[in-house]
Design a protein around this ligand. Structure first.
Ligand code: SF4
Ligand code: SF4
Length: 124
């Protein structure tokens, strides 16, 4: 898990993202097993049919979303193993998030940029 706290970044819902809707490409070099679960820092909108327990949710701008901990990760994330503790019952929007898809790659790049910003060039 990264040390530096970073704020919520891109919205989560893939269906709201035209890149995710239309691109077929998947970067096969990307794997959740070597990722800080950065997609689990995004705002996860929960639908009633998802059947998520109330204590795992909070309200945001009139929506029911997965609650996040003080560091910004979804409260359902098992921080010891960096995996979803409710995997079999996770929200539909999480099921549709493609590993290595355009949105996955975008949130990983965004997170890396925030945690490890590029060293500015120095002119002598
Ligand atoms: S789907 Fe992408 S962002 Fe999410 S844990 Fe896997 S590799 Fe990381
Ligand atoms: S419900 Fe699971 S997969 Fe979805 S954001 Fe939370 S920890 Fe990640």
């Amino acid at each position: 898990m990264a040390d530096a706290p970073v704020g919520p970044s891109l919205p989560f819902h893939p269906s709201a993202n035209p890149v995710e809707q239309h691109a077929d490409e998947v970067d096969a070099s990307v794997s959740c097993s070597s990722c800080d679960a950065v997609c689990c820092r995004l705002t996860v909108v929960v639908q009633p049919e998802d059947g998520i327990a109330e204590h795992l949710m909070e309200h945001l701008n009139g929506l029911r979303v997965m609650a996040r901990d003080a560091e910004g990760w979804c409260v359902a994330l098992d921080s010891a193993r960096m995996c979803c503790s409710i995997y079999d019952a996770r929200p539909d929007v999480c099921r549709r998030f493609r590993m290595g898809g355009p949105y996955c790659c975008a949130v990983r790049e965004d997170y890396t940029r925030r945690v490890h910003p590029p060293i500015p060039s120095v002119l002598i």
